[in-house]
Design a binder for this molecule. Structure first.
Ligand code: FDA
Length: 393
């Protein structure tokens, strides 16, 4: 039987990063993945340019039932540490919004860095390998795999979440946690587009591809940013962010006038520019196609403001500040960027990532109940948790 010191299941962001750290410590590391290529989610992330970190990766940008869990690992491996690493490899990158870093050319360049680190650290990588059974022994674990049995002292589970099953996502990590009696918290798709009711979809169908700036509010959280109308519903940064906080059946407020001061905006405009039409005003604030949809509900948009009554103007303000798209769900794991929930972090040491009750078994990355906001926070969690475990496996 093949025997190594450390097996890591999952050649994604956290698994590859952890492997290199452990390898540099002189550990004999084997990474297994059932996919035919490593790091598939890295390659598809950030529109193919991977938003690989965010300088503002503080615990407040992560969701978890145990919000303190992530603090230690995030402190021990910071976004600056990761930037220093990619600088040493000469990666060209750009800062989009302040602190949010993307590869300048392609996410391939970042994956190449991780694979180079693994190579330098002497890590062995086996792709197209599935693990069918894991057994705990006196000296570690025996894994039954499609390439034969493997013994290891430390087993790291870095199999990620459930989003994008076509990219290799599986529930393996959760099943293994259950096998060892660890508590699982409910999981659902996060950073995901929101779908809308059929009638509304039809009404808004001409808007597919149109983007407007909004403030989205649900469950006491507000996000500013673009909202994109799609042929299925709504997406774009503000919607992906709020999807982590909104659940079907709950209120979702979409304010399409986030920059415009309050309810009296159109009344004040009427005073200043009585001959102007709301149609012209809306065309200055939104794409023309959007104004056309508004005109279906407000046929008087083309009249001069002077001819409009207060309640007409107020009704339009309410319509735009509480824009109702009739949301009815999300696109689910098929298009979600992340999985909310997962393995209860109370089961795992925040210092080593080893299970408190199963010596030698480690969980890192997205499989744990730690989910970042949109903006590079999820990769920073993969690096930080992989780094932390890499010092102990
Ligand atoms: P990851 O998913 O990276 O790796 C898991 C690995 O385990 C995969 O290689 C998989 O094949 C393997 N695996 C699964 N089951 C297995 C099994 N049974 N046997 C063997 N191997 C198995 N984040 C961010 O910070 N910035 C961004 O720009 C983006 N963009 C983005 C876009 C899209 C479309 C998605 C889907 C996701 C993002 N993310 C992101 C999120 C980010 O990709 C994600 O949080 C990390 O990849 C998680 O890293 P992990 O190592 O935990 O899992």
């Amino acid at each position: 039987m093949k025997s190594v010191e450390v097996v890591i299941i999952g050649a994604g962001a956290s698994g590859l990063f952890c492997a290199a750290q452990a390898g540099y410590r002189g550990r004999n590391v084997l990474v297994l993945d059932h996919a035919n290529k490593p790091g598939k989610k890295i390659l598809m992330s950030g529109g193919g340019r991977c938003n690989f970190t965010n300088l503002d990766a503080a615990p407040k940008h992560y969701l978890s039932a145990n919000p303190h869990f992530c603090i230690s690992a995030l402190k021990r491996y910071t976004p600056q540490d990761f930037l220093d690493l990619v600088d040493r490899h000469g990666l060209q990158y750009t800062e989009k919004t302040p602190g949010q870093f993307f590869c300048q050319e392609s996410a391939k360049d970042l994956l190449e860095i991780l694979l180079t680190e693994c190579e330098w650290a002497g890590v062995e990588l086996h792709l197209n390998t599935s693990v069918t059974k894991v057994t705990k022994t006196e000296t570690g674990f025996v894994l039954a795999t499609s390439q034969g049995d493997i013994h290891c002292q430390s087993l790291v589970v870095a199999t990620g979440g459930l989003s994008i099953p076509t990219m290799g996502a599986s529930g393996f990590g959760y099943d293994l946690a259950q096998q060892f009696g660890l508590k699982l918290l409910p999981r659902r798709a996060g950073l995901v587009p929101i779908t809308i009711q059929p009638g509304m979809k039809e009404k808004l169908s001409t808007l597919s591809g149109v983007s407007v700036d909004i403030a989205a509010t649900a469950n006491g959280q507000t996000f500013r940013g673009p909202m994109l109308f799609t042929h299925r519903g709504i997406s774009g940064p503000a919607i992906l962010q709020i999807s982590n906080f909104w659940q079907p059946g709950e209120p979702l407020q979409l304010n399409l006038l986030p920059e415009v001061a309050g309810e009296t905006y159109f009344r004040e405009l009427r005073q200043q520019k009585p001959k102007r039409t709301l149609e012209a005003e809306l065309n200055s604030l939104f794409p023309k196609r959007f104004t056309e949809v508004v005109a279906q509900d407000f046929p008087w948009l083309n009249k001069p403001l002077a001819e409009l009554a207060n309640d007409q103007l107020d009704a339009l303000v309410t319509y735009l500040t509480h824009f109702n798209v009739a949301p009815n769900g999300t696109e689910g794991y098929r298009t979600a960027e992340v999985t909310l929930g997962g393995i209860d972090t109370n089961e795992v040491s925040s210092k080593t990532f080893e299970c408190k009750d199963v010596a030698g078994l480690y969980f890192i990355g997205e499989v744990l109940d730690v989910t970042g906001f949109l903006g590079g926070y999820n990769f920073q969690w993969a690096w930080a948790s992989g780094f932390a475990a890499g010092q102990f496996v």
